[in-house]
Design a protein around this ligand. Structure first.
Ligand code: ZN
Length: 470
């Protein structure tokens, strides 16, 4: 009996185990199939819903694509315009983002109730002039295990042409302008106090190289041209830095339609004001009454040859016919001054007439270069308090008159300078006489040889102001 018992006991145990195992298997099967059914049910009950609503701006709608499923929830908002091709481009971006998120979740497949994934796409719309609309799309995804990602994409749409517009379009495909802008963005990033410790210098250098591809993530609004950077793109952090450049600072490099009605006398095209030393030898060359084709361009080339910066006092009625030359003056780093519209003796005019002479010239210069003149010189040096009251920039005369307007002789230009030369001189010449263009090289060669540095009026004025303070 005992031996029988002993024999039957393991048998009973095994049978019990088998039964338990079978029950478990059935249980698991049922749980599993139930799960599948639940999932299927959930998918049926909560598919993604896509709704389209009007935005605050006519012709622009906001699409919301939402899925409330527990496993793969998302809420995506993006703009819809009146351009089908453009809408398709945005929709493709959204689809790609969605796929990346779903693929990531598939890979992980271990999300729990407490560690729920999410994907949101948020759109911010910045209007400019009721015509240009910048869409800033911020994508934030969480795929569990602390894996959070944020990335930004921007689109700018021109409602009038019904087309997207790039920075390359806005700067009229001008590589010089791109270079200037790139330098500016680089400076701002490099000088960012808040991000200084986190900034990755190598990456900043790369991303601010003057390549159109580096400036695709941007927006334009009343206040600023703004550039956006992704996390870890230029910093060792999840911060998403932005660079904001005041719109009126970049005004002159934008297409006319995009320019801000407010202009500054100092902007991205202005020559930098170098800080001069009280011990240095400086001279400010000034050229009045231009610009003049065939003379101004030759003067500019001679100045370039000596890397000399000068100041041009322009007549409004000359700017009107030669705006390209004014652009060239500015581009080569010279200062632009106002010399009235038609060269009258301002002290003989009524206040109203003076104002017109001054303001019309400011306007025509602004039209030509997108910025105001920074200094004023009255014709014949005729000035009084009444005239001054109409001028809101420094009034500048001269200390050496070359009399080039009277002599009209290239060989007399150098002696006229030599005889009167002194440190911090302001030399008066006229870029309307071919003789001045002819004689200029010898003047520059002489002054260079004497150790003079050629500076703009504003640079020299700034030095004089500092010296007077001491
Ligand atoms: Zn003059």
């Amino acid at each position: 009996m005992q031996s029988r018992k002993r024999k039957s006991k393991p048998f009973v145990k095994l049978t019990l185990l088998a039964i338990i195992a079978a029950l478990c298997a059935v249980g698991i099967f049922f749980m599993f199939s139930n799960n599948n059914k639940q999932e299927a049910k959930m998918k049926k009950e909560k598919p993604n819903t896509i709704t389209t609503e009007a935005s605050s701006y006519e012709g622009i709608e906001i699409v919301t694509d939402q899925a409330k499923s527990k496993k793969t929830p998302y809420t995506l908002q993006y703009p819809k315009t009146t351009n089908d091709a453009f809408n398709k481009e945005i929709a493709n971006h959204v689809l790609k983002m969605k796929r990346t998120y779903l693929a990531e979740l598939e890979k992980q497949n271990n999300t729990t109730e407490e560690d729920r994934p999410s994907l949101t796409l948020d759109v911010k719309t910045l209007p400019y002039k009721d015509r240009y609309f910048s869409f800033i799309l911020t994508n934030t995804s969480y795929t569990g295990n602390g894996n959070e990602k944020t990335s930004i994409k921007t689109y700018v749409f021109d409602k009038e042409t019904n087309k997207p517009i790039t920075l390359q379009n806005m700067l009229n495909d001008n590589e010089d302008y791109l270079q200037l802008l790139a330098e500016n963005v680089n400076q701002q990033l490099t000088n960012d106090e808040e991000l200084k410790s986190l900034m990755l210098e190598d990456k900043v250098a790369l991303i601010t190289e003057p390549d159109w591809k580096n400036f695709e993530r941007f927006s334009i609004s009343d206040d600023a041209l703004q550039f956006y950077y992704n996390e870890y793109e230029i910093t060792a952090s999840a911060a998403t830095p932005t660079v904001s450049i005041p719109l009126n600072f970049v005004n002159p490099i934008l297409l006319p339609d995009l320019q801000s009605p407010e202009t500054l006398s100092k902007n991205i095209l202005s020559p930098p004001i170098r800080e001069l030393s009280p011990d240095g030898k400086y001279v400010a060359l000034t050229f009045d009454d231009g610009p003049e084709k065939g003379v101004t361009d030759r003067v500019l080339d001679t100045l370039d040859k000596y890397n000399a910066k000068a100041t041009f006092f322009l007549l409004g009625n000359r700017v009107q016919v030669n705006p390209e030359l004014v652009k060239e003056e500015l581009k080569r780093g010279h200062e632009i001054g106002n010399h009235s519209w038609s060269h009258p003796v301002l002290t003989n005019l009524t206040g109203e007439q003076v104002q017109k002479e001054v303001n019309d010239t400011v306007s025509v210069i602004e039209q030509a270069i997108g910025q105001k003149p920074t200094v004023f010189r009255p014709p014949y040096g005729a000035i009084n308090d009444a005239v001054k009251s109409h001028i809101d920039v420094p009034v500048i005369l001269w200390s050496i008159d070359t009399l080039d307007w009277k002599n009209r002789n290239a060989s007399q230009l150098l002696p006229s300078v030599q005889n009167a030369m002194h440190n911090r001189a302001v030399i008066l010449m006229h870029d309307i006489h071919p003789s001045t263009a002819d004689g200029l090289d010898s003047v520059l060669a002489y002054l260079s040889g004497q150790g003079y540095e050629f500076v703009t009026i504003s640079e020299l004025e700034e030095l004089k102001r500092r010296m007077a303070q001491q």
